[in-house]
Design a protein around this ligand. Sequence first.
Ligand SMILES: NC(=O)c1ccc[n+]([C@@H]2O[C@H](COP(=O)([O-])OP(=O)(O)OC[C@H]3O[C@@H](n4cnc5c(N)ncnc54)[C@H](O)[C@@H]3O)[C@@H](O)[C@H]2O)c1
Length: 437
Amino acid sequence: MKNPSRRDVVKSAAAAGSLLILPSGLRGNSPNGKICTAHVGVGGMGNSDFGSITSHPNVQVVGLCDVDPVHGKVEEKLSKHKDAQYFADYREMLAELGDKVDAVSVSTPDHTHYPATKLAMEMGKHVYTQKPLTHKLAEARHLTELAREKDLVTQMGIQVHSSVAYRLTRQWVQEGIIGKVSKVYVWSGKSWGYDGPAFDRVDPVPDQLNWNLWLGTASERDYVDRAYHPGKWRKLVDFGCGTLGDMGIHIFDTPVKALGLKDPDWVEAECREPNGIGFPEQNMMRYGFSGTDYTTDDFTFTWWDGAGAPRSGENPDLVLPEGQTLPSQGAMFVGEAGRMLLPHVGAPKFFPRSILEGAKKPDVKAANHYHQWLDAIEGKDETSAGFDYAGPLSEMLCLGVIAGNFPGKRLNWDAKNMKVTNLEAANPLITGTYRDF
Ligand SMILES: NC(=O)c1ccc[n+]([C@@H]2O[C@H](COP(=O)([O-])OP(=O)(O)OC[C@H]3O[C@@H](n4cnc5c(N)ncnc54)[C@H](O)[C@@H]3O)[C@@H](O)[C@H]2O)c1
């Protein structure tokens, strides 16, 4: 009989509802059957992810990794998690802690999601990775396959997916509250783009930042203050996915899940020409999907971002009754029986209001997106944004990013073969290139 893995031991301890004393040296060093976690990127959203993961009663932190321990508030975290060790390099952390780690969270800038998550998964760790799952489309495909192959518990960081409003909306749509849906409009008035010139300064790297590790697999360049770190990287094509990756992934989620949308057949963008530096500050993307049980056959899906979004003009689908305004971010579903507006984040509104009268309110409760992942590791729950779902969702976003490089051109997509079939120049953008660092 093969030796039980740490995962089996954690699961069976949880199932028995007990704290288990592991024979010392079996796998890992946790004395009590807890889920031992390591965290890559613990500043910004990573700080919040860390708090949410460690609020689970059965977690023990063993590793903390950040290339900027000041931004990551590492000292404060170490003072509360006395058994944890700090590393600047996630490769060293995983190599050194090895079997002591059960599960890894990755909350770095987008370009590091793939190398860090892949390494953790290859070592058999369960992973919670921030959205969008990856920077390049092929990377999302690979992580989805890896999760399946290794039978790992995965979750992508779209925590609003688990909110009552979003769960309720999904159920209502599937119960046909607005009939079959013919159009979805999704938008964010945020602008994570940069139309400016190339950076022509070189600034000193702050003492606390390891710039080489921050760049990771991305090509080498000089540090420029307030251009990349923290947070600004999402505007730049080598590191982020623009507004589509920042907000689109959250806002696409409900229509995609509720309507059962699968890989798009095509995508086209309206935006400025690419400049190789930043994402366009304003974008429109149209996607073509095959109809599903919840849509009409002529279903259309449109995204806007940047100042002025949604660019609704006189579009009657987006006109609201007197005195009401569209939220700055959200989705409008146009169905055979009426429209549903889902603000990001909030409860859905129906037009006409009578749609809701007499509608049965499904018995839906909020889930804790983070605890769901940890409970699933213990075999007590299932994740609802595991990579089986989050991988294809991220691919849709990455395909939109690719289309933004060819404004005005419709890209026909062969998802099975991961290929744009009518524009060869688009295909090199599906995969990444990786620097040794
Ligand atoms: N789910 C959400 O609501 C939500 C909200 C904000 C951000 N995010 C996601 O969280 C991720 C981080 O975004 P942010 O706004 O916090 O960025 P940020 O730049 O503020 O923070 C990133 C953190 O990762 C650290 N880091 C960078 N490279 C690293 C590396 N190679 N190894 C270890 N640590 C590294 C940085 O020092 C910093 O502490 C992104 O993927 C973003 O899309 C999600």
